[in-house]
Design a protein. Structure first.
Length: 114
């Protein structure tokens, strides 16, 4: 894996980087993640504390906080792509500047990508 990892939203307005190897990856099968992703499970990557940062388009980010949760879901205000979320259940993985634990949609290599 070549660092930093980079990613962003569908329209390109928001870009982020992860400067250290990911701690883990997971799937969440809760109803909220199913509705948000439109799939049976939401693939998530868990960056090391302080290794995730927004490098472009921070002003385009919007946040939704579910009324029955302390977690936050951040997305591109232009195209609606999920960018990252916080999870108060895992407070020890707090990246600097973003609150509690951060999860980002998993990095997926596509056929033909380098």
């Amino acid at each position: 894996m070549t660092l930093p990892l980079s990613g962003g939203c569908n329209c390109g307005a928001v870009r982020f980087e992860v400067s250290e190897p990911l701690l883990r990856a997971s799937y969440c099968h809760c109803k909220r993640c199913q509705r948000r992703s439109g799939t049976a499970a939401s693939a998530q990557a868990h960056p090391a504390p302080g290794s995730f940062r927004i490098v472009a388009g921070q002003e385009r980010l919007r946040m939704w906080k579910p009324p029955d949760s302390d977690g936050e879901k951040w997305f591109c205000g232009d195209c609606g792509s999920a960018i990252f979320g916080s999870n108060p259940v895992i407070p020890n993985r707090s990246p600097s500047g973003w609150g509690r634990s951060t999860t980002i949609p998993a990095f997926v290599r596509r056929c033909g990508s380098s």
